[in-house]
Design a protein around this ligand. Structure first.
Ligand code: FES
Length: 104
C-alpha cells in the first residue's frame, strides 16, 4: 500500500528534466521523460551521490560522481560501477499536480 504525496506541478518539469523531491526522510528523483513522469531513489546505489545532480538523457540518468547510469523507468543499472537497482515509486497525475507514492 502506498501513501501518495504531492511532489510537483506538471508545468515545473519540462520533458527531459528532473528534480529531487523530499518525501519524509526519502530523497526521491522525479523525472519527466517525454511527458511521462517516473520516480526513483535519488541516492545512487554505488555511493552517496544525488542523481538529480547528474544528467538525464532519455530514460537514463547518469550519476555525477562515477558515471553509473540507471533507467528511471525501471530503476535498473545500465552502466556500472553501481550494481544495485534503484527503488522505484508509483507516480500519479491529478490535474496539474504530480503525486508520488511511497510505502506507508
Ligand atoms: S556514487 Fe554513483 S556511480 Fe559512484
Amino acid at each position: 500500500m502506498s501513501a501518495f504525496v504531492k511532489a510537483a506541478r506538471v508545468a515545473e518539469l519540462a520533458p527531459g528534466t528532473m528534480k529531487q523531491v523530499a518525501i519524509g526522510p526519502r530523497r526521491v528523483l522525479l523525472a519527466n521523460v517525454g511527458g511521462q513522469f517516473f520516480a526513483v531513489d535519488d541516492t545512487c546505489t554505488h555511493e552517496d551521490a544525488s542523481l538529480s545532480r547528474g544528467v538525464l538523457r532519455g530514460e537514463w540518468v547518469k550519476c555525477p560522481l562515477h558515471g553509473s547510469r540507471f533507467n528511471v523507468r525501471t530503476g535498473e543499472v545500465v552502466e556500472d560501477p553501481a550494481s544495485e537497482t534503484l527503488a522505484t515509486y508509483p507516480v500519479r497525475i491529478e490535474g496539474d499536480e504530480v503525486w508520488i507514492g511511497t510505502p506507508s
